[in-house]
Every structure is written in C-alpha cells, then in structure tokens.
Design a protein around this ligand. Structure first.
Ligand code: BMP
Length: 272
C-alpha cells in the first residue's frame, strides 16, 4: 500500500507537479505538518508564517479573513514560501458551477491561482467544478484537493457522497492530487488500490490538547491521524498559535512539538 512507503518515493506516482513538490518538500524537511494561519491582521499572518516556516511542509491560508489585505501580503507570502521552502494552499472551498469557480479562482482581488500551489473544492456541484478549476489551474501546474470528508460534528460528507467524490477524483488524476479527509480513500468508491491511486490525504481537525473547540470542530492527535488513519499531512491551526499571536517563541515551540509528533507517527507507520 502506497502510504506505507516513504513520502519521497511516492513522488513518482504523481504526474501533477504540485503533488510531486509537496511529497518532495515533506521528505526534504522531514515534516508532514501544515499550519493553518487563520488570523485577521496581515502583520500577525506574516509573523506566524515566518515563525513556523522552518517546521512546515505547507502553509494553509484563508486569504479572505485578512481585514487589511493588499497585494504586498501575497508578495511577502511568496517570498517566505521560497525562503522557508513550503507549499502554499489557499483553503478556498470552491462550491459553484464551473464558469463561476474559474472566475473566482483566476480573478477578483485575490487571484488565487496566481500564487497558491494548491486549492480545494467541495464536490457537491459534480465534475464540472473540477474542469472549471482545471481550465485555470492546470496550465499553471496547480493541484486541487476535493473535500471528501469534514472534521466537524454532524458533517454530511459521508457514505455515498464520499464515494462519489473519490470516483470524481479518479477521473481527473491530472489535476486532483488528493483529498481533505479524515482517513485514506483507496478502498472507498469501489476500486481496488493501485499505485495510480496514491491520493494525498490532508487532514484538519488535529490537536494535542482539547478534543473540540465548542463550535463543532473535532480534534484527533497526530498519531491517530497519521498512524491509525493513514493520512499524509496534519493540518493544525489554533493548536499551534493559540490566542497569543505575538508570542513567536511559544508558536515555534508548538510547531516543533506538532512536527515531531507527526513525523514520529509517520516513521512508525512506514516501519510496520
Ligand atoms: P483549527 O486547527 O484551528 O481548528 O483549524 C482548522 C482549519 O482547517 C481551519 O482553517 C478550517 O477552515 C479547516 N478545516 C477544518 O477544520 N475541517 C475540515 O473538514 C476542513 C477544513 O478545511
């Protein structure tokens, strides 16, 4: 099974350049940690990214949360991405018809496709959401994740919905590099696993402290996510920066803690 192999050796299973880049970055930095930087001020956004940069394979953004957004933020984000060697993932969760998502992805204030290596979409509109986004993202070498499952209590992303998401992804392997999900998807949707089916599983809802946030979020530990559920990347937000956004020392300590927990779980996984 592909996820029992080292990240670096899995790069060859992928034709999409962003999938290769992510796997190679994970291997190079020995980190399967992604930090989700959900803060409203550009200065906090950039200082958290600068603090966690050395410890992560990927930075996940919700760019529309920033209340003082300017193009300069993107310029600085891209600079940090090169300096610290991490992949950028704008968690936009597109969910509209092909024509609309193509415009939302390429245009507007954010022009997401121009700077974000990876973005994601809900499969709810059907395959046209993939072709719409691919018309913009593929020529730029970008990659797409489908939301096959969500981490929240009572999420509707289960059963035949998740199975259909996996089947949609299999038909668009050139652009869909994997899933936002809580477990591996190889055995979902009726097809046996092949090397081709080496989808990347990025998993949010990860925490070493509380089991929830009182607003529906549910947390599992890196060990549960990586070792027991076979996910490839742990996505951690508040578990790393908490409430004190200026305490970069603490943020670094937390990032190191999650990085080590994620990597230990992976090493145990590939050693069996
Ligand atoms: P936190 O670790 O602070 O709970 O943040 C989780 C992040 O992952 C948020 O940015 C949220 O939008 C995202 N996310 C999630 O929590 N669950 C999902 O199923 C999908 C997500 O994108």
């Amino acid at each position: 099974r592909s996820h029992l192999k080292p990240y670096g050796s899995r790069a060859e299973n992928h034709r999409n350049p962003t999938a290769k880049l992510l796997l190679e970055t994970i291997e190079r930095k020995q980190s399967n940690l992604a930090v989700s930087v959900d803060v409203t001020k550009s200065c906090d956004f950039l200082s958290i990214i600068d603090a966690v940069g050395p410890f992560v394979c990927l930075v996940k953004t919700h760019i529309d949360i920033l209340e003082d957004f300017t193009q300069d933020v993107i310029f600085k984000l891209q600079k940090l991405s090169v300096e610290h060697d991490f992949v950028i993932f704008e968690d936009r969760k597109f969910a509209d018809i092909g024509n609309t998502v193509a415009l939302q992805y390429s245009s507007g204030i954010y022009r997401i496709a121009s700077w974000s290596h990876i973005t994601n979409a809900h499969p709810v509109p059907g395959p046209s959401i993939i072709s719409g986004l691919a018309s913009v993202g593929l020529p730029l070498g970008r990659g797409l994740l489908l939301l096959a499952e969500m981490s929240t209590e009572g999420a509707l992303t289960e059963g035949s919905y998740t199975e259909s998401a996996v089947r949609m992804a299999r038909r668009h392997r050139e652009f869909v590099i994997g899933f936002i999900a809580q477990r591996r998807m190889e055995n979902v949707g009726g097809s046996a696993e092949t090397e081709e089916d080496d989808f990347l599983i990025l998993s949010p809802g990860v925490g070493l402290g509380a089991r929830g946030d009182g607003m529906g979020q549910q947390y599992r530990t890196p060990r549960e996510v990586v070792l027991e559920s076979g996910c490839d990347v742990i996505i951690v937000g508040r578990g790393i920066y908490g409430k004190d956004l200026k305490d970069t020392e603490k943020i670094r300590t937390q990032a190191t803690r999650y990085k080590e927990a994620g990597w230990e779980a992976y090493q145990e996984r590939i050693s069996v």
